[in-house]
Ligand binder design. Structure first.
Ligand code: HEC
Length: 138
């Protein structure tokens, strides 16, 4: 069985039963978010350690993760979520550019600017369930 078909079956028969469109995902959205959070934390760690090349590599990865985030939200056409995903990509590009230029202070400033996109989207489009898991609110 192909990987894609396996995911379609898992997603359509599981918690997302009512939402066939989720089957179009490359991978579950919460996994993408966990990767976003880990990469975001790694950027900070590397910036604080003055490890500019590593921070630049993390920032480039964060940009692709937010590109995937944007692609995910495209199916719902949720404008503010799409804007947050795009704004976060731009901020990630700015971090990478500053880190590559070894301007760590500027990279730190761009890093701090990403937080508002995380928080904005979570406030509007994430709902915590009684079991502490999260639900997507398009
Ligand atoms: C465009 C909207 C959007 C943006 C931008 C966004 N998130 Fe999320 N995030 C969500 C939604 C919706 C969920 C809930 C879905 C889920 O967890 O399945 C979520 C869940 C999470 C989770 C919980 C994952 C889990 O289930 O364990 C973490 C951690 C997270 N986000 C971190 C971040 C961080 C850090 C950033 C910014 C660097 C960020 N997110 C930016 C929408 C967004």
């Amino acid at each position: 069985m192909s990987r894609r078909l396996a995911w379609v079956i898992i997603l359509t028969s599981g918690v997302f039963a009512a939402r066939a469109s989720f089957a179009q995902q490359k991978r579950p959205y919460n996994e993408l978010m966990k990767d976003v959070a880990a990469t975001y934390a790694s950027i900070k760690k590397n910036l604080d350690a003055n490890a500019a090349p590593a921070a630049a590599a993390d920032a480039a990865k964060l940009q692709t993760l937010f590109k995937d985030t944007e692609e995910f939200w495209a199916q719902f056409k949720t404008k503010d979520a799409l804007d947050a995903a795009k704004g976060a990509q731009d901020a990630a590009v700015a971090i990478a550019a500053a880190a590559k230029a070894n301007n760590l202070q500027k990279a730190q400033a761009s890093y701090s600017g990403v937080g508002k996109f995380c928080n904005g989207c979570h406030t509007s489009h994430r709902e915590q369930m009684p079991d502490k898991t999260y639900k997507i609110k398009p």
